[in-house]
Write a protein that binds this ligand. Structure first.
Ligand code: F6R
Length: 609
């Protein structure tokens, strides 16, 4: 959740750290700080609030070629300057930046306080600075001091440490929170994700859980806390990793919404096999023969990825006739799930670093289950740990609210559904229909995007509501869930999604002229039944916004506003309707003057439990 960047090399560190923090700000943005080795002293600057507050303090004025920076998403202690990282030892010799949670921090604080340590923050992380400083009195070097400290702490960490007495040296460690090292010429960087490295180098090395690395401008040495020295593996970053800026867009969210024709084209690129009316999925690592033995599919993810999974479950059931369900990864892993040999487990994650999704993956694998991933970030923890999978290739998603990653998740799940279907009972003709629909999708998304202005005027009509309902039936219910989530997270409006059929079982009591309902209404077998529900809302004077591909005069009569989306295969409504709902949430939030890229209390990539 927090962003980490560190540098050692021949250039001035502070400008590189600030640039890295700007690229990482989406990971956490309630406070930030940097520390630089300045001759034999550590000079630190911190500020509460957005990164501009730190920038205003002119960190570039601190000279030195080795340092580190941090942007925080608070877990322990409020977003104050004192709680911002880096944290330093009392004698200012050691500084740390940390992402994760130290679970035994309270006991360690008490022990250190009794030994005379003065704590300057409320954070769990600060104990690390004091413990490492204490270990330095007896250890041979910083690496040993960090290793000794890590043996007594419990919890998760992505950690970087600097010692004023060991020039140009960084020590980084990982357990549960990602740490990646960028390898340059006479310079090395450390970051919590590759977005901050891509403008410096394409060659990177991911630390594994339990690794501690000693890093100097000339290279690195990696030690596993369990097995001793190990040879680090390096990989090349994918060409889309470098984040390209906002272009002419006022924020990343709008840019990413408008990028969806291209991101979807990349997800589908080279995978549609029109000759055999199936799809090509090179990275699955499961043969068609093995997949024939699969009896059911379980999809796991968090938030938007879970909702994409719910849509995926509908697609797989209808196209492959395999019993499929989706569940929030965090719930799944805590209910001691039964793992079965003939179930295919699919974990969905944009970042590939979401703690609960990773933990669910490990739980399944520990019990002998087979897991494939649908993942955006190449080389992420999830991508490395699953048995095979599908890369979404959506490109970097910076805005905290997921948009283009969601549509690429749904498209990837559609590919999986077709693949599973075509090795079962999906006929070549039916396979061909969905392949053609997938092929048409990027251009159809462009059509939805062209209605942005109209959707903005619809949004203007509901922006003053205190609350909104989102409804959809069967396969359209997950679309409603995703639409409600987008509105909640960026417009801070209460929004609740429920299956249309549930209306009479309770929610109808809340319908009046002040309670708008947004309906995802595909032109499918359930259209008539859904229209009856709209009539019930209309009879209670509830304003209705309909997102539909149906041309039905009854809708015109009942709806206050209609947003039309193109016709598509039944399985692909979630993509086109979600784009309309993303624009709806965006325009409501924008009209209310909210910061859409960095909504309050949230952060991208939830690497803590
Ligand atoms: C919502 C949103 C979150 C993420 C969730 C999972 O817009 O962005 O709900 O979808 O935190 O993140 P990933 O996909 O990185 O596992």
């Amino acid at each position: 959740m927090c962003g980490i960047i560190a540098y050692t090399g021949t250039q001035q560190a502070a400008p590189i750290l600030m640039d890295g923090l700007r690229r990482l700000a989406y990971r956490g943005y309630d406070s930030a700080g940097v520390v630089v080795q300045n001759r034999s002293k550590l000079k630190a600057l911190r500020a509460a609030g957005k990164l501009e507050n730190l920038a205003a303090r002119k960190p570039e004025s601190i000279k030195g070629t080795c340092g580190m920076g941090h942007t925080r998403w608070a877990t322990h202690g409020e977003a104050t300057e004192a709680n911002a990282h880096p944290h330093l030892s009392n004698d200012q010799r050691v500084a740390i930046i940390h992402n994760g949670i130290i679970e035994n921090a309270d006991q360690l604080r008490t022990r250190l306080s009794n030994e005379g340590v003065e704590f300057l923050s409320e954070t769990d992380s600060e104990v690390l600075a004091h413990l490492i400083r204490r270990e330095l009195d007896s250890a041979e070097n910083l690496l040993d001091a960090v290793c000794n400290t890590l043996k007594i702490i419990q919890g998760t960490y992505g950690l970087v440490v600097i010692d004023s007495e060991q020039p140009n040296t960084l020590v980084a460690a990982r357990a549960g929170s990602p740490v990646v090292i960028g390898i340059g010429e006479n310079e090395m960087l450390v970051a919590s994700d590759t977005t901050a490295l891509a403008s410096h180098t394409r060659e990177v090395s991911h630390l594994l859980d339990g690794d501690v690395a000693l890093i100097t401008p000339k290279g690195m040495q990696v030690r596993s806390l369990d097995t001793g020295l190990r040879e680090p593996q390096t990989t090349q970053l994918d060409e889309h990793t470098a984040e390209t800026g906002r272009g002419e867009f006022p924020n990343y969210m709008l840019k990413e919404i408008f990028e969806q024709p291209e991101s979807l084209a990349r997800t589908l690129g080279g995978r549609l096999d029109k000759r055999f009316n199936t799809v090509r999925l090179g990275g699955l690592n499961v043969s068609a023969r093995e997949l024939l033995d699969v009896r059911a599919v379980k999809i796991l993810g968090c938030g938007t990825a879970y909702y994409a999974g719910l849509s995926g479950a509908h697609m797989i059931e209808s196209l492959a006739r395999l019993s499929t369900s989706a569940e929030p990864a965090a719930e799944f892993r805590y209910r001691n799930p039964v793992i079965e040999r003939d179930v295919l487990y699919v974990v969905v994650s944009q970042s590939g670093e979401t703690f609960d999704t990773l933990a669910a993956t490990r739980e399944i694998q520990r019990k002998g289950g087979q897991v494939i991933g649908i993942n955006n970030v190449v080389g992420s923890s999830l991508a490395r740990e699953v048995d095979g999978g599908i890369y979404m290739h959506a490109g970097p998603e910076i805005s905290v609210a997921s948009t283009k990653a969601y549509t690429s998740m749904v498209a990837s799940l559609a590919l999986l559904a077709v693949y599973l279907g075509r090795i079962r009972d999906l006929s070549p003709e039916a396979g061909g229909q969905i392949i053609s629909a997938l092929e048409a999708l990027p251009a159809q998304v462009t059509e939805v995007l062209s209605q942005s202005e109209e959707i903005a005027s619809v949004a203007a009509q509901v922006q003053n509501a205190k609350s909104a309902f989102f409804i959809g039936r069967a396969a359209a219910h997950p679309i409603a869930l995703e639409g409600a989530l987008k509105l909640k997270e960026i417009a801070y409006l209460h929004a609740e999604a429920y299956p249309t059929s549930e209306l009479k079982h309770g929610p109808l009591a809340l319908i009046d002229e002040n309670m708008p309902t947004v309906a995802a209404l595909p032109n499918d077998d359930l259209l008539d039944k859904s229209i009856s529900s709209l009539a019930e809302i209309n009879a209670r004077r509830g304003p209705i916004v309909v997102i539909t591909n149906a041309n039905d005069p009854r809708i015109e009569k009942l709806a206050s506003h209609i947003v039309r989306v193109p016709d598509t295969h039944d399985a692909l409504h979630p993509v086109l309707m979600a784009v309309a709902l993303q624009l709806f949430a965006y325009h409501v939030a924008n009209a209310l003057g909210k910061d859409v890229d960095q909504p309050r209390n949230l952060a991208k990539s939830v690497t803590v439990e």
